[in-house]
Design a protein around this ligand. Structure first.
Ligand SMILES: [Zn+2]
Length: 488
């Protein structure tokens, strides 16, 4: 088969985190509201109503553009995108067309080989969402389609990339990086199940070395990053097969069928669009003054990529550990506070990040502590660093450290004081460990026999019993050595 190069572009719709809708005062975040309760004459297109642009949405749009290294256009224009569909009561969507809020920019993604690649962003523009059709065709109670207008007018930013990605992995990396940027800057909640982030893929193939683009196919309805990646993998093999057989690729719009793991063409009727864009006569051009742009730049702060680079530089973290420490804005602030304390006390950053990436994140998850609550509800950085120092100095075993960590978190007590209070200090006393080892061997005669017969792995359950008897306090390395010595 000839060698084909995939060429991939992505279009993302992200819901802006505003209190109210794009052009009216209906609530924007009411995901669970009963159908058609969160609507008004403006967002349902009643005659005589006028839209007014949501200032906060514009602010968040500017912030998004800055995060994507975009040019922010001083003047942008809202436009009507005309099409007829039951979930669009006005019969047009207010969007931006030839004069978007954010002009060209780029996102940098990390490649597997350790390098980075710049993916150009064509534009990012503001628009409103449409409603939702609920198809219940064929069901017994209902054989028609219902429409819920609650989503009509929800503010969105559409982010369009250039076709700069050449593999499913690059597309996945772009989506991950973009999601982190949107969450980090607080512009979008990014919950794909709630439809806060939606993704369309454009993909074509061309013979490697060719510079002209092939016929592109659009894939819609991707409700997870995994679905986006899987659909790209599928399309590459489908298109390569067709091209190798000498067929031409039909330029169509396809849907991803999650169950069948393949794309299916949409009915052509649904894609024959001529939107007849024209400037929205009811809204003035959007102006971004220099002062407003400056304020937005100040508000944007340091972006995740810069923080990761700084952590690698200042705290000698690996790229992986820097990614763990800075996987969110609040977590990055917490990690940094911990690493600074550790540096002051002569402890390196590594034991601290091990504890944050392991027990700390597991507890946050278990206790459903959202990132904004980390500062108020999590263990103090000082207590975390002290626990990490005890592990690092071998004063406590890794398993006992879990108990100590949780206790320190819950009681707010000093980990060193708790270590004695709970009797969790690591036992490295050979005589004591030998006593436990003898009991453990007696409890597992079969395993002891197997080990003596040459099965090295048989030692596992014996050491397990020993650790249990010591309540996790035995020095694990010493425990292993002593059990071996007794068995041989
Ligand atoms: Zn409304």
């Amino acid at each position: 088969m000839p060698d084909f190069e995939p060429v991939i572009g992505l279009e993302i719709h992200a819901q802006l985190k505003t209190e109210t809708k794009m052009f009216c005062r209906c609530r924007a975040g009411a995901f669970d509201a009963p159908a058609n309760t969160n609507i008004c004459p403006v967002c349902t297109g009643q005659p005589g109503t006028l839209p007014a642009a949501n200032e906060r949405a514009v602010e968040l749009g500017i912030r998004t553009g800055l995060a994507l290294n975009c040019l922010i256009n001083e003047v942008s224009v809202f436009a009507r995108k005309n099409y007829f569909y039951p979930d669009l009561p006005k019969s047009y969507q207010i969007s931006q067309y030839d004069k978007p809020l954010c002009g060209p920019g780029f996102i940098e993604i990390d490649l597997k080989d350790g390098g980075a690649k710049r993916i150009r962003v064509t534009r990012a523009h503001l628009e409103e969402d449409a409603g939702k059709s609920l198809h219940a065709l064929g069901s017994e109670e209902l054989d028609h389609t219902l429409v819920d207008f609650n989503r009509c007018g929800i503010p969105l930013i559409e982010i369009v990339s250039e076709p700069d990605m050449n593999s499913p992995e690059e597309a996945y990396a772009y989506l991950t990086e973009l999601k982190q940027l949107l969450e980090w800057t607080g512009v979008c909640g990014c919950d794909m199940e709630k439809g806060e982030l939606r993704c369309d893929v454009n993909i074509s193939l061309r013979p490697r070395g060719e510079t002209k683009l092939g016929r592109k196919v659009e894939i819609k309805n991707l409700n997870s990053f995994k679905a986006a990646k899987d659909s790209i993998v599928y399309e590459i093999s489908r298109q390569a097969g067709a091209l190798a057989r000498g067929e031409t690729i039909a330029q169509d719009t396809r849907l991803w069928d999650e169950k069948a793991q393949r794309t299916e063409p949409m009915r052509s009727k649904e894609m024959a669009h001529d939107y007849r864009y024209f400037p929205e006569p009811d809204l003035p051009p959007l102006r971004v003054t220099a002062g407003r742009l400056e304020a937005a730049k100040k508000e944007a702060g340091e972006l995740p990529r810069a923080v990761r680079a700084r952590f690698q530089r200042d705290f000698a973290l690996s790229a992986y550990d820097a990614g763990v420490a800075a996987s969110g804005r609040e977590l990055a602030a917490y990690s940094e506070a911990c690493m600074r304390l550790a540096a002051d006390s002569g402890l390196g950053a590594k034991p601290v990040i091990n504890l944050i990436g392991g027990e700390f994140l597991a507890r946050l998850n278990e206790r459903k502590i959202a990132p904004p609550d980390i500062a108020a509800k999590a263990i103090s950085p000082a207590a975390l660093v002290k626990t990490a120092a005890l592990v690092s100095a071998g004063k406590i075993s890794a398993s006992a450290a879990k108990t100590l960590f949780t206790k320190a978190w819950d009681t707010g007590k000093d980990p060193e004081a708790l270590l004695n209070e709970l009797g969790l200090a690591q036992v490295s006393d050979s005589a004591q460990i030998e006593t436990w080892a003898k009991e453990a061997i007696a409890a597992h005669p079969k395993a002891a026999e197997d080990f003596r017969a040459g099965n090295e792995k048989a030692i596992g359950p014996i050491v397990g019993v020993l650790m249990k008897k010591s309540k996790g306090r035995a020095n694990p390395q010493l425990a292993g050595e002593i059990v071996k010595k007794l068995l041989l």
